[in-house]
Design a protein around this ligand. Structure first.
Ligand code: NAP
Length: 298
């Protein structure tokens, strides 16, 4: 057991990326309803405004603010972190982040590059959580109960890291890129805990939402993937059901000192053993530092 104190939901400050649709929007609504101070992020000004207005309508006492940032851009991630710091400084005497939920995610049916020259799925799904966590770590360290929840996926069970072709510049296939990025989410959380849990008590978790009825695979894909996804998600849960594990990991007192890293339906489960491989976790961390221009993090 650690000597850290659990912080109740209505006292928590929580950041949620990709909070303009699907699981992230549902997570923001539920958490604003608990009384938490919530900052959502999105890449479209219009969708940020709509999300903020709808949450304020449904939850008039909710403390919710949205900040615009395209997480495919490392410059915008760094600016986002600065804007979060300044918004918290305007609202609190001592700014703190209790939970960062790395929820934003993308699927791309074809190879595309970000403005930083990186494959987009790898950049948004893996490097963005890595860099944003790095930028916000000083504020997470101020919390007595700091948590990082990265939204993973059961697809990581079918993935392995392609170390010689990490960004799939040769033989790109959308699902391969997506599954590998989700394996990256667990490797990141594994290595984060190894480097920081003892040092500053912040714990990283992965929330697997299960199959959820969202438009994730309809946004940047061709006809075949669209048809597959529309059919496939008929069996999926609602975004609110999909948000339950993120909400639980973000706020629950029970998991305060729980060692499990991977959670689904609010229960711990074993991830793909590859995701706990110490050498792979370290290798991905070092590559991510280099790609994000970070010197020796942790
Ligand atoms: N749906 C599932 O069955 C399922 C299963 C397992 C895991 N997941 C994971 O759940 C998370 C949420 O996905 P979802 O299913 O809720 O999909 P979604 O409805 O498409 O939500 C994804 C969110 O990420 C945002 N986003 C995408 N690219 C971005 C970028 N470059 N910069 C900033 N924000 C960006 C989206 O913004 P816009 O609103 O502007 O598009 C949206 O807010 C993802 O990490 C996904 O991998 C989903």
């Amino acid at each position: 057991m650690s000597d850290r104190d659990h912080i109740a939901s209505d006292k928590r400050t929580i950041i949620i990326t990709g909070a303009t649709s699907g699981i992230g929007l549902a997570t923001a609504k539920i958490l604003a309803g608990t009384g938490a101070f919530v900052i959502g992020t999105g890449r479209s000004a219009e969708r940020c405004r709509d999300a903020e207005n709808s949450i304020r309508r449904e939850c008039p006492s909710g403390r919710i603010n949205y900040i615009l940032a395209d997480l495919s851009s490392q410059q915008q991630i760094r600016t986002l972190a600065r804007e979060i710091r300044s918004l918290l400084a305007d609202n609190f005497e001592t700014p703190v982040i209790d939970t960062l939920i790395n929820n934003a995610g993308t699927f791309s049916g074809r190879f595309t590059e970000t403005e930083d020259g990186l494959e987009t799925t790898f950049a948004v799904n893996h490097l963005a959580p890595f860099l944003l966590t790095h930028e916000l770590l000083p504020l997470l360290s101020q919390s007595k109960d700091g948590r990082i929840v990265t939204v993973g996926s059961g697809s990581h069970f079918h993935a392995k890291m392609k170390w010689n072709n990490l960004q799939l510049r040769r033989f790109y296939f959308g699902w391969t890129a997506y599954k590998q990025s989700k394996l990256g989410n667990v490797l990141f959380s594994t290595e984060f805990n190894r480097r920081f849990l003892e040092k500053n008590g912040i714990r990283a978790f992965v929330a697997d939402p299960g199959l959820v009825q969202t438009a994730i695979a309809l946004k940047n894909s061709g006809l075949v993937v669209k048809m597959f996804w529309k059919h496939h998600i008929k069996k999926g849960a609602t975004p609110e059901e999909g948000a339950a594990t993120s909400v639980y990991l973000a706020t629950s007192p029970e998991i305060h000192d729980n060692d499990a890293i991977y959670w689904k339906y609010q229960k711990p489960m074993n991830p793909n053993p590859r995701a706990l491989n110490a050498a792979d976790a370290r290798t991905l961390w070092e590559i991510s530092c280099r790609l994000c221009h970070i010197d020796n993090w942790g």
